[in-house]
Design a protein around this ligand. Structure first.
Ligand code: MSP
Length: 502
């Protein structure tokens, strides 16, 4: 049986439509999932929507809809978006589904019985958009530093999760599992945060109606993060594991233990702490194994500025996909920025990479190779078991490094390596000057041209997780027997316009 690989994205808030930041996390998960599938893993790729909380209540009320109507509409439009970006997820979980809500309530009961959830009271400041309490010290000019909005003085009975109890266990886990906090650059911040002392955290809300009711105290609802984090487990049958009939049916008759623990939770840096501290502590309280890795990627700015509706600079991934093609978007975001770092999105950078790396380096390499193959050696292409000459072997030898980068989630470095191979082949053509040799000995060009074609086939394999449609086009053109009479359109026609048409 093949080894399983379970990867997740965060569950997106359905407060609006998706932008490039959301697409980034999901596309990364898709690239990794496709890569692992190609390597023979039994991949389970989960995404979904985070549908409870006061923000959703507010947004839906503004458009005169119930939260249920609103989230139904939005969830289907987000699903459609992922489809249009060639995202092949295996499951999409909505936190309003019974397969999620029921086990979340059960978890609450179990931890209450165990004493890891207890009732107390809270006095402090509440930020509505954060759906969270803030300490006096966290306020800036009396306002929430993140939303720059007023906060409300609050005193209420609440349920606490005994996070403090897991401080040492978390530190031990980080130490014994150095891969857990990824990339390495993010681990220090988390370790210092945990070392500085963990406080028990409030996990109930009395002012939020649109949420999962607390069993036995139904006027209160469960804090959205406590609710949402559990999706990673409920989606793969936590309910059934806890002996509940609503556990949900899993594909292929699988059960919770076959999927859990997750191999990678991919998240943006701003929600890393929830995933690296609260979530593992919740799992420890439940006596469940911890995920193998939580990976935080960086944030996109646009032309050096924070992306925001008020600035009007929000990048809609569909505009770029429509205008340049989905693959170009998928390529750009992982090529432009080391995975894990912050990065800047600009039309100029997008157009520049398109023209120089896709149209010129890759597109031209394919068309010049195939033109020569057709003209000089009658369309002959290498067979599947091609051993190759020096050039092909040098290209293929990069495979080991590419695999290592992919396994380490260094997506940018894998792409670098692929483009080194492309550059190597372009340079070999410039050096070999086949058009000169063709005048005296065209048949003598055969080994060289077979190497180039085989190298390009290899590039197509490496590119498949990033650029599935491009790889398929390359494969179609590189497939024997070639129809030398048929002119193929260029992979990436050169273009002048820097800005996509909206
Ligand atoms: N609902 C929570 C997650 C719960 S997971 C149990 C949430 N949702 S979100 O809709 O705000 O989306 C979060 C994801 O979008 C994160 O991975 C985040 O990093 C990503 N991005 C949102 N804006 C972004 C940028 N400007 N740049 C890169 N990614 C960003 O948080």
């Amino acid at each position: 049986m093949s080894k399983k690989f379970y990867i997740t994205t965060p569950l997106y808030y359905l407060s609006g439509t998706a932008h490039i930041g959301h697409a980034y996390t999901t596309l990364a998960a898709d690239v990794i999932a496709r890569y692992k599938k190609a390597k023979g893993f039994d991949v389970h790729f989960l995404t979904g929507s985070d549908e409870h909380g006061a923000n959703i209540e507010k947004v839906s009320a503004q458009v005169g809809k119930t939260p249920q109507q609103w989230t139904d509409e939005l969830a289907s439009s987000w699903k459609k978006l992922w489809g249009s970006l060639e995202v092949e997820f295996d499951d999409f979980i909505r936190t309003t589904e019974p397969r999620h809500e029921k086990p979340v309530q059960r978890v609450f009961e179990l931890l209450l019985e165990k004493g890891d959830i207890y009732k107390g009271s809270y006095e402090g400041w509440y930020c509505l958009p954060c759906e969270n309490y803030l300490d006096e010290a966290e306020l800036v000019n009396g306002k929430c530093p993140l939303h720059d909005c007023k906060v409300e003085k609050t005193h209420e009975d609440t349920y606490f999760f005994r996070l403090s109890k897991y401080q040492q266990a978390l530190l031990d886990y980080y130490e014994k599992n150095p891969e857990f906090l990824s990339p390495k650059t993010r681990s220090k911040e988390i370790i210092n945060f945990v070392k500085s002392g963990l406080q028990d955290t409030s996990i109930s809300r009395s002012k939020v109606g649109w949420g999962i009711p607390i069993p036995g105290d139904e006027k209160k609802t469960i804090y959205v993060w406590f609710d949402a984090l559990l999706n990673y487990a409920t989606a793969v049958g936590l309910g059934a594991k806890l002996g509940m009939p609503e556990g949900g049916k899993l594909a292929g008759g699988k059960n919770f233990d076959e999927y859990w623990p997750a191999d990678v939770h991919l998240v943006g840096k701003e929600i890393y702490r929830f995933h690296a501290v609260l979530w593992p502590a919740m799992l420890m309280a439940l006596g469940l194994p911890l995920p193998k890795k939580v990976f935080a990627h960086g944030w996109w700015t646009v032309n050096g500025e924070k992306m925001s509706k008020t600035r009007g600079n929000v990048i809609n991934p569909e505009d770029y996909a429509r205008d340049y093609g989905v693959d170009v978007l998928r390529y750009f975001v992982f090529r432009e920025v080391p995975f894990g770092n912050d990065g800047d999105f600009s039309d100029a950078a997008f157009a520049q990479r398109y023209n120089s790396e896709l149209a010129n380096s890759l597109g031209n390499l394919l068309s010049r190779t195939l033109n020569m193959v057709d003209k000089y050696i009658g369309g002959k292409l290498p067979g599947d078991a091609y051993a190759g000459g020096e050039l092909y072997r040098a290209v293929a030898a990069r495979g080991a490094k590419i695999d290592a980068h992919m396994d380490a989630l260094e997506l940018d470095r894998a792409l670098d390596e692929i483009w080194f191979a492309i550059a190597e082949m372009n340079q070999a053509i410039d050096k070999e000057k086949p058009w000169a040799k063709a005048k005296t000995d065209p048949a003598g060009l055969e080994p060289f041209l077979l190497d180039l074609s085989a190298g390009l086939k290899q590039v197509a394999v490496w590119l498949t997780p990033f650029m599935p449609a491009t790889a398929a086009k390359m494969n179609a053109q590189l497939k024997a027997p070639r129809n030398t009479a048929e002119k193929m359109p260029p992979l990436f026609p050169r273009r002048e316009a820097a800005k996509p048409q909206k």
